[in-house]
Design a protein around this ligand. Structure first.
Ligand code: BGC
Length: 549
């Protein structure tokens, strides 16, 4: 059993762990796909929301501040991962430290984007850098991001700014003081879900979003409030892999769901503030601010005993997980409601949340199993996903052994991207989608090239069946700090040499640039890298990392 699996189980069953341990694709081929011998031509970039952007397409690459920037000592990840000897908590696989020096190299890194011929750069602004202490704004940090925006504008690259990407200033919820016994103070607001601190955090996030929108609205039209809300909540407050490191999953209704409610409210408050403060239409398309959020999705399959299952208990578990993982957040913001007990019907009304999503970012990496048959199901939702290192029969072997991504221990099944786009497109036909992250952790350039080409093929397939998908951002521009996994997984279009910090283009970068240059994915490139067959192998025997134990 892996350490991650143990963490999950501890979070779920703190009191009964010892006992518990002893006990023990909907692809539709009739839909119009681009023919294999056909080139795919992509239209030009347009608005992320609104009717005028319908039919447009953007190419981009993505990063997040904490994952790339050097010297972020006022961010929770810094103290969470710093060694105990220097006052940190020593959590995760590595200290974030200088990451990949993406702060001091931010301007030259724009050249990398230019070489990729992308239309847009998705990045985040580090809140802990802009506001290192509560209500104290660091103008030098704002100047840095202003310079980045100017450099992007000079290079003809549209910014797509994420405001909250998995990190906070330490004073939001200090990971060194999670009990917060003395109650909220300027040094520690005690975080989301705290009866007094939660509303304070929401208000601080609203003010922060307002500040960024007011300062940068002349250069930015595309904003994302939060990144992968369900993943973030699970990792930070459910199983404790991210700061503040809380394990509240076993107290799902008492403690975890109030945190989720606060986070959804935080999104809505930020969205309203951006619309209020960003009144300048930077790109001249008639819309001053397109405000969305990004969502982690997976191609979930019903599983039992480490195999696909048709047992109704597992199928129901799969459907419930898709609801909680893919639909709950979006339904809440579209309808202004909250399904607190996760039974599929709304329990609370939050009219101020309604209509707070102009576009939805879709972030796809893997096909994963979920079971309803394990004795260790999560209470209330009665399911157990193959996620965060847990197995218990929920994990299924990859469809093809080469689909195993050994650096992450999961399967990357390219066709699953279509499945999730089709589901979201049919549930929310009027909500513009953009693939705001898609990528693969590998050191094999050919695999990254295959990942790029196959993702674009699946997106085109979705577009041809009428789904409003407005673009593709590769995750990531650069190798970077992969959160709890440290620096092991390499997601970059550019490989980073950790001795010199020099950036080197991978085959993936070359192929993406060849496509974006003419906005055309040629039949030759499709023949070489695309389709639904095996991928170039990662390394000999690498598929063992995806085998259920
Ligand atoms: C996150 C990124 C992360 C990527 C690869 C997404 O969950 O938004 O920050 O690095 O997946 O795991």
């Amino acid at each position: 059993m892996s350490t991650f699996e143990l963490e999950w189980l501890r979070a779920l069953f703190p009191r009964t762990l010892a006992l518990a341990l002893v006990l023990g694709a909907c692809d539709d081929d009739s839909l119009p796909s681009p023919r294999e011998d056909e080139s795919i031509v992509f239209p030009s970039v347009g608005s992320l929301s609104g009717a005028s952007g319908h039919g447009s397409f953007r190419f981009g690459a993505a990063t997040a501040a904490t994952q790339i920037e050097d010297q972020n000592p006022n961010t929770d990840w810094y103290v969470f991962t710093a060694p105990a000897a220097s006052g940190g908590l020593g959590r995760g696989k590595a200290f974030v430290g200088d990451a990949v020096r993406g702060y001091s190299m931010a301007l030259p890194d724009v050249d990398l984007l230019r070489d990729l011929h992308v239309d847009s750069y998705r990045f985040s602004i580090e809140w802990g850098r802009v506001e290192p202490k509560r209500d104290q704004i660091d103008e030098i940090a704002l100047l840095h991001y202003r310079e980045l925006l100017e450099r992007l504008a000079a290079s003809g690259i549209r910014p797509n700014v994420t405001i909250h990407h998995f990190s906070n200033p330490i004073w939001i919820d200090d990971p060194r003081d999670t009990g917060c016994a003395r109650g909220p103070s300027d040094a520690n607001l005690c975080g989301l879900g705290h009866p007094v601190g939660g509303p304070l955090v929401i208000e601080e996030a609203r003010q922060h979003a307002r500040l960024l929108a007011a300062r940068f609205g002349d250069r930015v039209d595309d904003w994302a409030t939060v990144n992968e809300p369900i993943n973030y909540l699970l990792a930070a407050y459910g199983i404790g892999q991210f700061p503040p490191g809380e394990q509240k999953l076993s107290r799902l209704l008492d403690e975890f769901m109030p945190i989720a409610r606060d986070y959804f409210a935080m999104h809505a408050a930020m969205a309203a503030a951006i619309h209020e403060a960003d009144t300048i239409d930077a790109d001249g398309d008639g819309i001053a601010a397109n405000v969305g959020a990004t969502l982690n999705v997976a191609d979930w399959v019903a599983a039992k005993n480490n195999a696909e299952s048709t047992d109704p208990a597992d199928v129901r578990a799969r459907d419930r997980l898709v609801y909680v993982y893919h639909h709950l957040f979006v339904d809440s913001l579209r309808n202004g409601t909250f399904d607190f007990d996760l039974d599929g019907t709304a329990d609370e009304s939050h009219p101020e949340w309604r209509g707070s999503l102009d576009w939805l970012g879709v972030q796809y990496y893997s096909r994963m199993g979920v079971t309803g048959s394990s004795a260790l199901v999560i209470p209330v939702v009665d399911l157990l996903p193959c996620f965060g290192g847990i197995d218990q029969g929920a994990c299924v072997p990859p469809i093809d052994p080469t689909y195993c991504v050994p650096q992450m221990g999961y399967e990357h099944y390219p066709q699953g991207l279509y499945t999730v786009l089709a589901d979201l497109g049919s549930r929310y036909p009027d909500l513009p989608l953009v693939v705001s992250e898609s990528g693969i952790a590998t050191d094999v350039g050919e695999r990254r090239a295959e990942n790029v080409v196959r993702a674009l093929e699946q997106i085109e397939r979705a577009r041809r069946s009428g789904i409003d998908v407005r673009g593709y951002y590769h995750w990531s521009l650069l190798d970077n700090f992969e959160w709890a996994q440290g620096f092991g997984p390499h997601f970059g279009l550019y490989r980073v040499d950790y001795e010199t910090y020099r950036r080197h283009p991978t085959r993936g970068a070359e192929i993406l640039a060849a496509i974006t240059k003419d906005r055309r994915l040629s039949a030759e490139l499709r023949k070489r890298y695309g389709g639904g067959g095996p991928l170039t192998p990662d390394s000999p025997g690498a598929d063992r990392f995806c085998h259920a134990e």
